[in-house]
Design a protein around this ligand. Structure first.
Ligand code: DSN
Length: 426
């Protein structure tokens, strides 16, 4: 077969882009060579609908073993007894939990999308908002932290069957105990989507949602530093007191309901090459080296948030407990939008994403905020002392947003800095 130079040239260019720039998108990371290799392996050739030991295809004896390793390592990481590592993404993990726990039209509650919530927690354009009836809790306008009293009020009023903790742009830890109390008051299932902070949770740096939540979902490619994908976990399996049934009307244990919701509920054949790669990444995440890494992610975020604050930027909630921060640009640059900053920083080889801030006066396409995270730059080896120079460069770009000479000068500094932190061994 002729080499597809068109596509491979683009892959080479993307590699160059990743190498030369400062990657600050809070949901991105750089996987290790062995994670990458497992993902690009012959495991992609195998069909394996079903679960280890119970497949609909022959020849699954090897992929059964990699999937079992992924499950065992996921359970060890989160002190869980149940893991389904097949979801292709976090959104599909959430979709499967909803399929198992709700009927079309049922009410569930998640964090308001405009306050940092996830798209798959009730956006009107996502299946969660199309098939079910989402209601939302919010953050407090004074503190920028989740308003648990508001959550309780909404829950008592709307009686959701499922309550979801978790966000894509929230820098504080969660009070899962309080959420369980709210869930118990209304007889709801409590789920946490820990896609963002899962690496910090796995290594004990943040509160453990499985102490209180019935189910958790996560992506595997953010702080967990694995391949792009999702999974579902439980500490203990349980008979479901809600009388939930399979599509055939059978009342089963929660693990069986979740398994059948993933396959055949929302997915067909699992991506066994990605599952092998998840197994490798989970093995890495159990290591001492990863523990040092994830501690550094948090240290870097804390130092970076302070550096922004010192320069007059308003960090929502005043700081961070995790790997990210949400900056409200309006305190320093009332005329500048998140979109303008995202687009301008890209020209300086600094990648961030625009984000709405709670109670934003602008649309999601413009936004008044920026979301910034440290998982990717920490993988590259950057430490506390590198945070202030990065903040200085970002501030310089925003302060001279139409100055192309300034942009060029910052880009040169960025490229020089990153050349000291090699990224790929290949
Ligand atoms: N889209 C992902 C993120 O960037 O946070 C998950 O919501």
């Amino acid at each position: 077969m002729k080499k597809d130079t068109k596509v491979f040239n683009l892959i080479r260019k993307e590699k160059q882009r990743q190498m030369h720039g400062i990657e600050l998108i809070a949901s991105e990371n750089f996987v290790s060579d062995q994670v990458l290799k497992a993902m690009g392996s012959v495991m992609t050739n195998k069909y394996a609908e079903g679960y280890p030991g119970k497949r609909y295809y022959g020849g699954c004896q090897i992929v059964d073993q990699t999937e079992e390793i992924a499950i065992a390592r996921a359970c060890e990481l989160f002190n869980a007894t149940y893991a389904n590592v097949q979801p292709h993404s976090g959104a599909q993990a959430n979709m499967a939990v909803m399929l198992a726990c709700l009927k079309p039209g049922d009410t569930f509650m998640g964090l308001d999308l405009a306050h940092g919530g996830h798209l798959s927690h009730g956006s009107p354009v996502n299946s969660s908002g199309i098939l079910y009836n989402p209601v939302a809790y919010q953050v407090s306008p004074e503190t920028g932290r989740v308003d648990y009293d508001n959550m309780e009020k909404v829950a008592l009023e709307k009686k959701p069957k499922l309550i979801i903790a978790g966000a894509s742009a929230y820098s504080r830890d969660w009070d899962y105990k309080r959420m369980r109390e709210v869930a118990d008051k209304v007889g709801a299932i409590l789920m946490a989507d820990v896609s963002h902070p899962s690496g910090l949770i796995a290594r004990g740096i943040l509160n453990d949602p499985l102490d209180y939540c019935h189910i958790i979902t996560t992506t595997t490619h953010k702080t967990l530093r694995g391949p792009r994908g999702g999974m579902i976990l439980m500490r203990d399996d349980f008979e479901n007191p809600w009388g939930l049934t399979t599509p055939k009307g059978e009342v089963k244990m929660m693990s069986a309901l979740l398994n059948s919701a993933v396959f055949p509920g929302v997915q067909g054949g699992p991506l066994e090459h990605v599952i092998a790669s998840k197994a490798v990444a989970f093995g890495e995440a159990l290591s001492d080296e990863y523990f040092e890494y994830i501690l550094q992610v948090k240290k870097n975020a804390t130092v970076m948030a302070k550096a922004f604050t010192d320069r007059g930027y308003n960090i929502i909630s005043g700081g961070t407990d995790n790997h990210l921060m949400l900056i409200d640009l309006r305190s320093k640059f009332p005329e500048v939008t998140g979109r303008m900053v995202e687009n301008t920083l890209v020209q300086a080889d600094i990648t961030v994403n625009k984000n709405m801030v709670p109670f934003d006066s602008r649309s999601p396409f413009q936004t008044s905020g920026l979301r910034i995270g440290t998982p990717a730059i920490t993988t590259r080896g950057l430490k506390e002392e590198h945070m202030e120079p990065i903040v200085e460069m970002i501030d310089d770009v925003i302060s001279h947003i139409d100055d192309s000479a300034k942009l060029t000068a910052v880009r040169e500094k960025v490229n020089e800095m990153m050349s000291e932190f090699p990224l790929f061994a290949w």
